[in-house]
Design a binder for this molecule. Structure first.
Ligand code: ADP
Ligand code: MG
Length: 243
């Protein structure tokens, strides 16, 4: 079953065809790697699939439901969440509150001032321990290191408890120990039958983690298959060498 299907999906910015007639299927419950040279349209594709930018043409089906071409829909309704290439957090809030806001599904202000139920604390504790941030729970998010911020953003995404997760370069700039934490987090999502779409440059990660890999080049599908198939594909090698 497909979690996501695009048909002739297009997005242009002025003269640039960022996504160009793309038709792909992303299988439910699997980890799909999305790779391609810089500027090949990976982030734009995620922005389209999560409703951050409206598309210029084509169709998107999320869990079989057509995503409206008209912008301003509530993506949460479709059960998707994502992280950003540049981390986004509530900077002035503690690490713990950054999670509780998500877990309590209330707005920022009520989450700060109302009492939290014990099970929300227990969930937050487990999520923060999974990314080695429990000891930092009282720090403001703005005081975390770059890697810790990325891990907190990932923990927040996991806390959303949705069906489809998009991670845009979650490994970039992380030390090996933190990379392992992200790998384990994504494997845990797969074990829970969630769908993960992972944009990543690191070929060691792409070789190890995804079930399926989709390669974009200039907004088009260049190749797809298992990591082994795709990384041995002459067109893929050429696209990267030409980068
Ligand atoms: P990737 O994530 O694969 O590096 P992007 O999706 O960020 O690629 O970009 C694809 C193309 O679209 C690039 O040529 C980029 O310059 C262009 N692009 C992306 N976002 C915008 C925007 N908001 N305005 C104009 N051009 C953009
Ligand atoms: Mg990008």
């Amino acid at each position: 079953m497909n979690a996501i299907e695009t048909r002739h999906l297009s997005k242009h910015f002025d003269g640039v065809q960022a996504v160009n007639g793309l038709s792909i299927k992303i299988e439910k419950g699997k980890v799909t790697g999305l790779i391609g040279p810089n500027g090949s349209g990976k982030t734009t594709l995620i922005n389209l699939l999560t409703g951050v930018v409206p598309f210029s043409g084509g169709t998107v089906l999320i869990s079989g439901t057509e995503l409206s071409k008209v912008a301003a829909f509530d993506v949460a309704v479709y059960g998707v969440t994502r992280t950003f290439q540049a981390v986004r957090l509530f900077e002035q809030m503690s690490v713990l509150d950054n999670l509780l806001v998500v877990l309590t599904e209330r707005n920022v202000f009520s989450a700060l001032f109302e009492r939290h139920k014990a099970h929300h604390y227990a969930q937050a504790e487990e999520l923060l321990k999974n990314v080695n941030l429990w000891d930092k729970r009282d720090e403001n998010a703005e005081n975390l290191s770059y890697g810790q911020r990325k891990l907190l953003e990932i923990a927040r995404a996991v806390a959303m408890d949705v069906e489809i997760y998009f991670f845009d370069e979650p490994f970039a700039g992380l030390f090996p120990e933190m990379r392992r934490v992200v790998v384990d987090t994504i494997k845990r999502l797969r074990d829970a039958h969630k769908t993960v779409v992972l944009v990543e440059h690191d070929m060691d990660i792409i070789r190890e983690l995804p079930d399926h890999v989709i390669v974009l080049d200039a907004g088009k599908l260049l190749a797809e298959g298992t990591p082994q198939e795709v990384l041995a594909d002459a067109r893929v090698i050429e696209a990267y060498l030409g980068d």
